[in-house]
Unconditional design. Sequence first.
Length: 285
Amino acid sequence: MGKLRDVEGGAAGRDDPASRGAELRNMFSRARAFTEELLQENERLRLRVAGLTRELEQRAAASPAAEVARLTEQVRALQVERDDLLNRFQQVEATNREVAARYDEIETQNSQIANLYVASYQLHATLNFTEVLDTIREILINLIGAEAFAVYWVDERSGVLRREASQGMDAPIPEVVRCEEGPLRQAAGGGESYYADPLPDPRRVDLSHPIACIPLLIGARTIGVIAIYRLLQQKSRFSPVDFEIFTLLGGHAATALFSSRLYQRSERKLSNLQGFLDMLTAPNP
């Protein structure tokens, strides 16, 4: 997923994907109607040429040479007109294919934008830390196509990574991961993203060298890292829309995780404080 931009009014409305899709559909309808008209005209001309040809053959013996020449010229003119219509028909067919391809591209873009919006909304729809992790897991599986991945929290005191969630790994990931070098270290220590291209052998998963690392940033502070270790079998590389989703996760997922963790801590402290106050204000037996 990526960033959503609401475009309203004036010239901006003409750049809206939905408006462009409607305009392309109208163009496609007009082109189809014109194509049908050309086909009908071509059939009429074909029948006319056939009729004139038969008439020419019937009159060839009895008609004067001038009449034969006139009919021959008329047949030739109709054949030229027919060829011109055929050329125009081919041009319209090429335009139809181009419009259809553009329409499919816009539909794909609209679908991707909708997915990014839904993903962004879901990330901020709850203050439950576990539910936010589940949403990140769904985005990685359904939108990215990740098969094996992990979500780490950066321990600022010790610098280690604490596993918060994982899936699809051949062996369990330790609760604490120390990263001295490699993509994990670059992401956790320097906030640098990493993407492998081409992808390595999916059968060899190295815990310290994932195929993608997305730092979870709040400003310049890295609070966590999403590490992808293997993609689904039918996916051979990352696509442009994947990088839009990575950008969304780097900011929105970081904010959602950080907010939900702070909320849970405050709720726990409030519960403890309330319990302490209840104990102080309880009547003596």
